[in-house]
Design a protein around this ligand. Structure first.
Ligand code: SAM
Length: 287
């Protein structure tokens, strides 16, 4: 036992034995299974996120939890990755992206629709679905005859829990507080009885969005090309060697001149030369 390295020596009291070796091993497994690089200073975060898993499994030591993961027991890898991912999101997060989508991208999409007869948008790393539904609201508000067209949004995430929330379209009322009253009224149904304090996105929005669990590090089953890809606040957790092949794959699955939105603190500088910056964290596929 590596008593000297135990996290329990920190001032904060720890219930579970957590050594340097355990942390190293967990970091390696996180990288392998998700592409996420966990920095040294994320030790307490990892402890905090996984403590409830150890408790649920009746374990007292992280080394036993690592063994369980290595032996791929009880499908624990899924619970593990669900616990590690950071799912922070909101409706119309980085709202300038949706304004740009409505004002500049949708008109261009309508032109290409005349040729291709379909539009496909991908929210990659969609978390609980607010991003995909914000896209759906933007499309519905700017394409009045959308129901007569073949327009779909694919929303994917590695985390199975968030995919379930997204598919249900049910959110706490506080999640839509910042939206204007017109949008709240038009696109959300107030819950009653057991659902009091909750809202559900309207069937017109849900109809446009398909949620699927997908690990970006794995093979992508999609066949057709995408006209727009949102991959925002996802690669911030990936190192450059992980980002480079990922953006290569995004470029390959996107139509020529299609649009890529990334997160506010992300950049494709020194990552990919397949895209050209056209706005604030907005890129066009150029080759
Ligand atoms: C911070 S959220 C961003 C949500 C949304 N795109 C936004 O900007 O509001 C990052 C999401 O990326 C997902 N993610 C992380 N690694 C992933 C991977 N390898 N494959 C798919 N999704 C992943 C996480 O589960 C999480 O839900």
């Amino acid at each position: 036992m590596q008593q000297a390295n135990k996290l329990s020596q920190n001032s904060r009291e720890q219930t579970f034995e957590f050594t340097e070796t355990d942390f190293k091993s967990l970091r390696e497994m996180v990288l392998t299974h998700t592409g996420i690089t966990l920095a040294e200073h994320k030790r307490d975060l990892v402890y905090g996120r996984l403590a409830k898993r150890l408790r649920a499994l009746g374990l007292t030591r992280f080394c036993d939890y690592c063994d369980l993961l290595k032996n791929d027991k009880n499908n624990e890898i899924e619970q593990f990755t669900n616990a590690i991912t950071t799912n922070l999101t909101s409706f119309f997060r980085e709202k300038h992206h949706f304004e740009h989508l409505a004002k500049d991208i949708v008109p261009a999409l309508m032109d290409s629709y005349r040729v291709n007869n379909r539009i496909r948008i991908w929210s990659a790393g969609c978390s609980t679905g607010e991003e995909a539904y914000s896209i759906a609201i933007t499309l519905r508000e700017s394409i009045p005859d959308i129901d007569r067209r073949d327009i779909r949004i694919l929303a994917t995430d590695l985390d199975s829990d968030v995919i379930q929330t997204g598919s249900s379209g049910v959110y706490s009322k506080t999640r839509i507080e910042a939206l204007d009253s017109e949008r709240k009224k038009r696109w959300f149904k107030q819950g009653s009885g057991e659902q009091k304090g909750k809202v559900q996105v309207s069937p017109e929005l849900r109809k446009l969005v398909t949620f699927k669990q997908l690990n970006l590090m794995h093979e992508w089953p999609m066949r057709g090309k995408f006209d727009v890809v949102f991959c925002r606040n996802v690669v911030i957790y990936f190192d450059k060697p992980t980002q480079k092949p990922l953006f290569e794959r995004f470029a390959n699955i996107m139509r020529p001149e299609s649009t890529l939105f990334i997160g506010h603190s992300e950049t494709l500088n020194n990552v990919s030369d397949r895209f050209e910056l056209t706005g604030k964290t907005v890129y066009k596929k150029i080759r």
